[in-house]
Ligand binder design. Sequence first.
Ligand SMILES: [Mg+2]
Length: 311
Amino acid sequence: MDPIRIDTKEHVDSLLDKYDNFLFDCDGVVWLDETLIPGMLETIKYLQDNGKGFAFITNNSSKSRNEYIGKFKKLGFEGITKDMIFPTCYAAATTVKEELKIPQGSKIWVLGDHGIEDELREQGYIPVGGSDKALDTEFHLEHELLKVDPEVKAVVVGSTKHFNYMRIASTLQYLLHDNKSLPFIGTNIDRSYPGGNGLTLPAGGSVVNFMEYTAHRDFINVGKPSTLFLDTVLKHMNFNKEKTVMIGDTLYTDIKFGNDGELGGGNGGSILVLSGGTKPHDLHKLHELDTSMIPSFIIESFGDVFKLLNL
Ligand SMILES: [Mg+2]
């Protein structure tokens, strides 16, 4: 079925009637880099004032939940608490603990920014690798960090702006170690993201897929569209699936997440916004995609909700 365009007050009214809970992607939906998407402050406030539930689910693993709280505050949001924010660095840390049941106090090798290290620490683990300055040095065969530490129990890979040969080579040793038996967690599969200034920038999936290729092994994807991740969010938030919808700008992560998870009772679980990575010209090719990536609704920007309500 073709997506329904939301562009009138009546459309918004029926949307608010149908759903009690709203799951928001962040990059491209709430903000573009450090810039707030117009109308989002007012729209979120409207949802808060009207007793709607909401949570933020981002495949970006670079920042911890504590840092996201700071970002929301800086952009002017009020009443956003840590328990409403689900970045994939947090999903990775909870997967290590709850799914893989790796004993707390274990070391976890990290290729990624400090968000992953912070969330692992918060769950009681010791991150190694990651932001270690020793990995910023030139590659050489005798480097200490090329030797596998036997206390490492899993590997987490995500987005990093410090991708270099030392980090690739040392991470590879862990992924190959003991006949590739250490669990390999990838924070997300995103190829790129709208990075502000009109630039499209490499996202975590590009790092994860690089390591997948060089190690020649599969990874556990803890980010969207993983339905395991959705179940975690719904459980933590106590949201009823039937009355929940996902809002995002990426078809193969956000929209698939809402559709595969059968949000909205399997009858309209996803809203695509055009304020991020997916552009109006991409919509011509929608019918070529698997139905799991076709949104139930399309709105120019979710910030328009407040504007349309007040027409
Ligand atoms: Mg996005």
